[in-house]
Structure formats: C-alpha cells, structure tokens
Design a protein around this ligand. Structure first.
Ligand code: SF4
Length: 94
C-alpha cells in the first residue's frame, strides 16, 4: 500500500500553477502560529473561501486535498473540518 507521500508524489500538480491563492495572501488559508479564537478563524476562513470560490482549479484542488487527506488549511473552498465531514460521508462537496 502506498503512503500518502508516495500518493502525493504520483498525483498531477500542474493545476496548482493556476490557483488563485498563489497571487493572494496565503496567510488566510492556514491557521496562524498563535491560538485562534473561533470568530477569528471563521473570518480568516471566509476570506480564503471567497478566493477559492473564484478559483478555476477549485475542483482539482478539493480532489487533491481529499485524496491526500490534507490535514491543514482551506483547500478547494473547504476547511479541514469540512473536508473531514465529506470524507466521513456527513457532508457533500458542492
Ligand atoms: S481552490 Fe482555493 S486553495 Fe485551491 S488552488 Fe484555488 S484558491 Fe488555492
């Protein structure tokens, strides 16, 4: 069975070149080093999701994050907790 690192290395990554987050403030996509209160996290994630909503590779990005079980940040318009819900079948990706 392949490890996640092997899986990541085998997956195509050319879509990442078109991600809008490359030209955006990447700080909003990942939690800060300090403790983040819920309102702060929600505001940060909303900014990231607004960028993802306009991104031409959102579908590819979400597929990557789900396939590789990416544990951190907003990918494809979904936070880590939302992606867990998708993987558990408790939420549908839209
Ligand atoms: S969907 Fe969001 S996280 Fe993914 S490449 Fe686009 S802007 Fe970046």
């Amino acid at each position: 069975m392949a490890s996640l690192l092997q899986l990541q290395a085998a997956l195509p990554t050319d879509w990442q070149q078109e991600g809008l987050c490359r030209a955006s403030d990447s700080v909003v996509f990942f939690p800060p080093a300090h403790f983040e209160h819920k309102p702060e996290r929600e505001a940060r994630e909303a900014k990231a999701k607004a960028i993802c909503a306009r991104c031409p590779v959102r579908v590819e990005c979400l597929d990557w994050a789900l396939t590789t079980r990416e544990p951190h940040g907003v990918w494809g318009g979904y936070s880590e907790s939302e992606r867990k819900q998708i993987l558990l079948g408790k939420r549908k990706a839209g």
